[in-house]
Write a protein that binds this ligand. Structure first.
Ligand SMILES: *Cc1c(COP(=O)(O)O)cnc(C)c1O
Length: 431
């Protein structure tokens, strides 16, 4: 089974910024109060200058700082695998490749942006980062990155996940971070939410509001977001740039690129460097598919309009696909995909039909995950399993049509902290 490894010398030197290559200019984020375009001054209480610059940068390539590249060498370049055994089992003429991001210290692609964000904040003299986490992958990644660059870290973890996945909290504690269940008593927002509903299960939107408030009310503290924003997607493009070189080693180029979609970062990280070829006209037929859960169908059922990134309206007003900032997603197991909004960049690409989106049922996703684990040995994160299910569906189309398409997907993380979800699936309790 071929695995394509790159030498560490071949680690990308720059992030790829898709903004200058988009079909039309991005609509600016608006100030939540005035509804005028946000200014750098609006964002400076919570983000360092360099990240604010990256958020709207017109530069196609942005250099990766030396210390961040050094940190990436702990686990990058990540492997790209041709899943021949899987092709055989699926009896498909399709060729299936995957980029495996589960090799990162916290177990998912999120470490790629966590390290960059911690570094830029450290450079700006910040002492502590506040953030939210849903399933815990982002909280773990940022805890590790803060520890690596010498920052304190406070994580607001959505209450349901805090109770369902206690070991993610332990992992954050190992890295020296402070993790509380959200809504919490630590912020005015949290207190208000608890007063309205003392048993609130929390949501990503609520936890974001708490973390933003924490950062805005403490001079030495900034806020950090694990997905959605342009600079986060930017940092993830190391994935796709490596994958392009690895596909070249394999003598191949994808017809279809697939990633699961929560806020858009792992999908973008793999797909954008390939989509550059589509947008420039070099690969006009390349398809890119974002796979989301049917229970939180942001891209397939949401409205394309301005909305807040959090549940109470503290964050900038963004033009994106959204289910509404008050949408309460059902407690599905792929916690990392329970978000009401989506990245403005991915949203525009879906709107312009450059990117396709599919919504998948939870049960079929777990079936695909278990089948993949038995075939390839890797137990995927339930989030990543949405990409796997989308791959199976495309491979099945190839089986029927006899076409030998090349499919590349992002295996964004492992599922070692998701055993209770798998346990429920194996007991037949997942609907
Ligand atoms: C957080 C997470 C996701 C979803 O977030 P995106 O920003 O859409 O990538 C997907 N997979 C894993 C493993 C995650 O941790």
């Amino acid at each position: 089974m071929p695995i394509y490894f790159l030498d560490q010398k071949e680690l990308p030197t720059h992030y790829y910024n898709i903004i200058p290559d988009l079909p039309e200019p991005l609509s600016p984020p608006l100030n939540p109060k005035t509804k005028k375009p946000v200014t750098p001054e609006d964002l400076s209480p919570i983000f360092p200058a360099e990240l604010i610059k990256q958020e709207m940068s017109p530069e196609r390539f942005i250099e990766i700082p030396g210390p961040v590249r050094e940190a990436y060498k702990l686990f990058r370049p990540s492997p790209l695998i041709r899943a021949k055994r899987l092709e055989k089992e699926l009896n498909t003429p399709a060729k299936i490749y995957y980029k495996y991001e589960g090799v990162s210290p916290s177990g998912s692609h999120k470490t790629n942006t966590a390290l960059a964000q911690a570094y830029y904040n450290k450079q700006a003299g910040v002492k502590r980062l506040a953030t939210e986490t849903g399933a815990g992958q982002w909280g773990s990644a940022l805890s590790f990155a803060c520890d690596y660059f010498g920052l304190d870290c406070s994580v607001y973890m959505v209450r349901v996940s805090f109770d369902q996945k206690p070991y993610r909290k332990t992992m954050m504690k190992i890295y020296g971070a402070d993790c509380v269940a959200s809504p919490s008593e630590k912020t005015e927002t949290g207190k208000k939410l608890l007063k309205e509903n003392p048993d609130s299960p929390g949501s990503l939107g609520m936890a974001i509001a708490e973390a933003v408030e924490d950062a805005a009310t403490h001079a030495d503290t900034n806020y950090s977001l694990g997905s959605v924003l342009n600079h986060v997607l930017l940092h993830q493009t190391v994935i796709g740039q490596e994958a392009k070189k690895q596909m070249e080693m394999a003598g191949d180029y994808p017809d279809i690129v697939i990633g699961c979609h929560g806020g858009g970062s792992n999908f973008a990280g793999l797909a954008f460097p390939f989509l550059a070829d589509k947008l420039s006209g070099k690969k006009p037929n390349l398809r890119a598919i974002a796979a989301e859960p049917k229970s939180c169908p942001t891209l397939t059922k949401g409205k394309y309009e301005y909305d807040y990134g959090d549940s109470v309206g503290l964050t900038p007003y963004l033009l994106m696909y959204t289910l509404g900032h008050e949408f309460m997603p059902p407690p599905i197991h792929a916690g990392g995909l329970r978000y009401h909004g989506a990245s403005p960049i991915v949203s525009q690409l879906v709107k312009k039909k450059v990117v396709e989106a599919v919504a998948l049922e939870q049960k079929g996703v777990f079936e695909a995950a278990v089948r993949f684990a038995r075939n390839q040995g890797i137990v995927p994160a339930p989030e990543s399993a949405h990409a796997i299910k989308a791959v199976f569906d495309e491979a099945e189309k190839c089986r029927k049509s006899g076409e030998s398409k090349t499919i590349l997907f992002n295996l964004s993380g492992h599922g070692h902290f998701d055993m209770s979800a798998y346990e429920q699936y194996l007991k037949g309790e997942i609907k």
